[in-house]
Design a protein around this ligand. Structure first.
Ligand code: NAP
Ligand code: ZN
Length: 347
């Protein structure tokens, strides 16, 4: 086994603390990665606090991992020592089920096998994430990172990037579409950058007046303070597509009327309580509600290459691992512009 060091939560109430653990020895198709940067996703907070139940402790969170390959197994063909690579939310899949055959490993019927707070395919070993110094991962779940991408900023692409890229692509968002993004946080700010780059006209809904100028700077064409009834009423029936990135309870019935007939409302944010739905809001003008979960490995690679080609990078605030608990408090207050990234050298 390989000794590893990270930061872990030991239960849902305590702060993250330094934690020594072990990574497996390299198998034939494994890659050993020295972790340089890891993004801080709101899902890390949800899982540490057991918001979605079933959390396993000790838990080393982190699924926006950027690093360098330091060793490869004897059968590895995709990566070599010294390569710059990324690891996102997935570390394995069965390769046999219908979803795997369609490159949708996030829906693998034997899994999914997430980077942390999940089981490996043996059904016993609990996975541990990227708030750590090293990780051992099957080569097929290690992404190539173009030298065009600034590494310190690129880590959040591996979750915030793919989670917003995938539904925008799947629903064919592009020129001529009027897109609404609810919540300007880690996912929301990437959704704005990506939807704008696809040619859509983008409206941001935020509760925070302090984010209005930022939203414009990110490329949004319109910004609506969601508390303003007047501003909301002015766009009733005007949008084709809404992406909801909100992490907590909120009233979606305020947003559904903003969609025109056949408009689509897609959730990526995952509050821990059920939301109320006024069914009339979807029946009368035949609107649709859907969800979306990260993206498959091929699509994640496509997104990384797209962002490298179009110079699309998250706006990040670099922190030391020792500041992680304060960073969580700030994230819960929506006080982050727009993604924390941990400099793993600080470990
Ligand atoms: P984040 O950076 O904290 O952003 C969430 C944003 O939601 C906040 O910035 C805030 O925007 C808004 N918000 C927060 N509390 C709110 C409330 N009570 N009412 C209305 N708006 C509120 O979080 P994130 O990392 O982007 O993640 C967002 C959500 O997506 C989380 O639930 C996370 O678990 C989930 N997620 C899902 C997937 C997936 O595959 N589906 C992947 C990753 C993350 P304003 O300040 O602008 O209002
Ligand atoms: Zn995430």
């Amino acid at each position: 086994m390989k000794p590893a060091r990270g930061y872990a939560a030991h239960d849902k109430n305590s702060e993250l603390q330094p934690y020594d653990f072990e990574r497996r020895e390299l198998g034939e198709h494994d890659v050993l990665v020295d972790i340089l940067y890891c993004g801080v996703c709101h899902s890390d907070v949800h899982q540490i606090r057991d918001d979605w139940s079933g959390s396993m402790y000790p838990m080393v969170p982190g699924h926006e991992i950027m690093g360098k390959v330091t060793e490869v197994g004897s059968g590895v063909t995709k990566h070599k020592q010294g390569d710059t690579v990324g690891i996102g939310c997935l570390i394995d899949s069965c390769h046999e089920c219908p979803s795997c055959h369609e490159d949708l490993e996030q829906f693998c019927s034997a899994g999914p096998f997430f980077t942390y707070n999940s089981f490996e395919r043996d059904g016993k070993t609990v996975t541990q994430g990227g708030y750590s110094n090293i990780i051992v991962t099957n080569e097929n779940f290690v992404l190539k990172v173009s030298p065009k991408l600034k590494l310190s900023a690129a880590a959040p692409l591996l979750c915030a990037g793919i989670t917003t890229y995938s539904p925008l692509k799947r629903h064919g968002i592009g020129k001529g579409h009027h897109v609404g993004i609810i919540g300007l946080g880690g996912l929301g700010h990437m959704a704005v950058k990506l939807a704008v780059s696809f040619g859509a006209e983008v409206t941001v809904f935020t509760r925070s007046k302090s984010k209005v100028q930022d939203a414009h700077d990110l490329g949004a064409h319109n910004v609506v303070i969601s508390k303003s009834e007047e501003a909301m009423a002015a766009i009733i029936g005007k949008l084709d597509f809404i992406l909801d990135t909100v992490s907590a309870q909120h009233d979606i019935n305020l947003y559904l009327p903003l969609l025109q007939r056949d408009g689509k409302f897609v959730f990526v944010g995952m509050p821990n309580q059920p939301l109320e739905l006024n069914i009339a809001n979807i029946i009368l003008p035949r609107r649709e509600i859907a969800g979306s979960l990260i993206g498959g490995i091929a699509e994640t690679q496509e997104m990384l290459d797209y962002c490298a080609e179009h110079n699309i990078l998250p706006d990040v605030e670099m922190i030391k691992i020792q500041d992680i608990n304060t960073a969580y408090e700030r994230m819960l207050r929506s006080d982050v512009k727009y993604r924390f990234v941990i400099d793993m050298q600080s470990l």
